[in-house]
Structures are given as C-alpha cells and as structure tokens.
Write a protein that binds this ligand. Sequence first.
Ligand code: T4K
Length: 386
Amino acid sequence: MSSRFVTEPGLDQPLHVGRPNLGSEARFLELVQGIFDRRWLTNNGPLVIELERRLAEFLAVKHCLLICNGTVAPELAIRALDLRGEVLVPAMTFVATAHSLQWQGITPVFCDIDPETYCIDPGRIEERISDATTGILGVHLYGRPCATETLQEIASRRGLKVLYDAAHAFGVSHRGRMIANFGDCEVFSFHATKFFHTFEGGAITTNDDALAQRLAYMRNFGFAGEDDVRYIGVNGKLPEISAAMGLANLESLDEFMAANRRNLEAYRRCLGGTPGLKLIAYDEAERNNFQYVILEVDRHAFGHDRDTLHRHLQQRGILARRYFFPGCHRMEPYRTLYADAEKHLAVTDAFSRRVLALPNGSQISTEMVEMICSTIRELHDSRPEP
Ligand code: T4K
C-alpha cells in the first residue's frame, strides 16, 4: 500500500486517521485463552456480561447492552422506542445514522447544525417538526455533546422521543454526567477506528428498565426464554472475542486519552500561527476522549481549499479524511428521495466543504504530528500571491 504514496523522509508507511488504539496484547491473549477453555464463544457469554458491567459502572448508567455494531444498535433502539413516520437527524454525520432510520422505512428529516458545536442546531428543530414526527436522533459529533437540555425541552413539549448517536463520544461527559445518560437512550459504536473498540461492536445505554428489557429480547431474535418469543428481533449479539478486546482496551483508556490530548496540543502548537485554519476545541471542564482532530480550512485565508490540502497530504502518505463529506442528504437514496433537503442545510454544506480529520490516536507520536503540520504549512507557504 505504501508504494502508492510519495512518503516524507522518515515516514515509511502512511499515517492513517482511524488507526486502532490497542490495549495490552498479553491481557487480550489471556482472555482469549479463557474463551478456548470454556468453549463459550457467543450468546451472552461471561466476558460480554463482565464488559457490560464494567461499562455501565464507568458510564454511571443503569443499563449497558453490548450490540454487534454501531449501525444495528440504533436500528434496535429506534424499533424498541417505536419510532415511525419522521425522525429529525443531522445530515452532518456518518451515513449509517441516516441509514438506521431509512432501513426501517422511517423518513430522516435532515436538520442543519450549529456552526459552533457541529451538532444539530436546536434553534432549527421546530421548523422541521410535522404531524408525522416521532423523535429526534442527535449525534454528538466528534465527541462534542449536543445541546441536550434544549433538545429534551422541545421533545417533552412536542411529545417526541430523543435518542443520541454517541458513536464518537465514549468517555465524554456533559455538565458533569457521562454521555450514556441522556435522552431515552444513547447508542455507541465500538468499531476498530473508535477511541474504545471491540474490533466491531457497539452498545445501547439507558436508565429505563423496561426499555432495557425490550432491547435485550430484541437483540436476541426476540427470545425471552427458550420457546418464548415476544417481539420481532434480530441477531445483534456481540461475540466473546470482541468482549475480550473490549476488556483489554478498557484498561488502557487513560493512555489512549493522554496520547490523543498530547497530539491535539502539538497540532495546536504547530498550526497556531497558520492563517485560515481552525482546530476543534474541547470543553476542558469536562471529560473528553480527544479522538478527533478536526481542522476547518478557510480557503481564502489559507490560500488553498480543503480538497487541495487533502490531496497534498494524501500524496505524502498522510491519509487525512473528509469526515464528513458530503452530508448524508447528498448521498443516495437521500439525494433522490429528499431533493429539497439542501434548502435547510446551508451550514452543513459549508462546513462539509471545509472539514478535514487529521491522524490521531496512540499510534501517532509528537514527531509525526510535527511532520504533518510542516506538510500543511508548506502548502500554505506555496499559496499563490494575492
Ligand atoms: N454513527 C457515527 C457517527 C459513526 O461515525 C459511525 C461509524 C456509525 C454510526 C456506525 O458505527 P459502526 O456500524 O461502524 O460500528 C469508518 C468506520 O468503519 C466507521 O465505524 C466510522 N463511523 C467511520 C467514521 O469511519 P470508513 O468507511 O471511513 O472506514 P475505512 O475502512 O476507510 O477506515 C478508516 C481509516 O481507518 C482508514 O484510514 C484505515 C484505518 N483503519 C481502519 C481499520 C478498520 C486501520 O488502520 N485499521 C483498521 O483495522 O468508516
């Protein structure tokens, strides 16, 4: 793969966004040995039960149900909450968020984002509510929390359910409470590229006992007992091998967070004086995972647009990603089905043309960050004279 790239001196393989954080290999292998010894591979095994317990404790939430991934998790949550008709959702998210609605015949009604938080703009919600609206699906984009209080106030007043896609927000707090505790429930992705992962995986968290029970049945084909099916369900179970990875990774969360934070500070230091670049800021009064180093490129002040910078980095083996471009409303089937959605999404469209995610994670060193930044500055310095 590296032969495709002209690499910088000292860079012998590409620098990826999304390189997995990995905890102790020895601990993981020890847990895998137990799986072999027990011959218990999946279907709510002891490692899944242990990881659910540890996660619920860490997130200070009553119920944490592990699910096979962060796409089936919202699909299950949407069904268990009995959402139908229309659900409000941002278009500035990974397309799986919109798919989890459309897959079940629910219309995703795309709402614009707040340019400061990058999350669904609570001031633009009410204009998108109709008689068919049953819920709001907020996304804590890049691990920065939605305006949960305002969303809850609107939802309670209008009789709507609220759920959150917290795929990016594991280990994050909001007003002193861990993300996991907001809305009717929250869903996580534990995909390999996430701050905390289980190879593939996800979770649903809630403080609602009845909802948790329904979700537990639905995750297992609807079974409530050996011959007793209560609901339509799916196979949403997480295997033991994934739980083993999760348990090993959980022990290294502080190291992952410290590496991310150190890298973000290095990016800030090295890019600070470059015009036309804005780096994501996290609320230092809260817990953060600092996983996403998001750069906004102002093409006038920087001298080149985001796509030129993206190409410039890729050609040098720095695999920055346009998370997320374009907005979901510009992908199929949404582009065809909801052709007028763009009228409501000016901030989303403008932001999606400026955004670039830079490499971060425990695989990225300060020297690598410095090299990435000097590659970015080199492009700025080569800008055409005004
Ligand atoms: N909601 C939100 C807001 C999400 O961001 C996501 C997923 C979901 C829901 C759905 O959750 P899951 O169903 O995935 O659990 C990647 C991830 O696959 C996806 O999980 C993630 N969001 C999304 C933002 O990124 P791609 O299509 O960009 O993946 P890919 O294969 O291009 O890999 C990304 C980078 O990571 C590459 O530079 C390579 C690197 N990588 C990847 C893997 C898997 C590695 O270095 N090692 C690896 O093992 O979607």
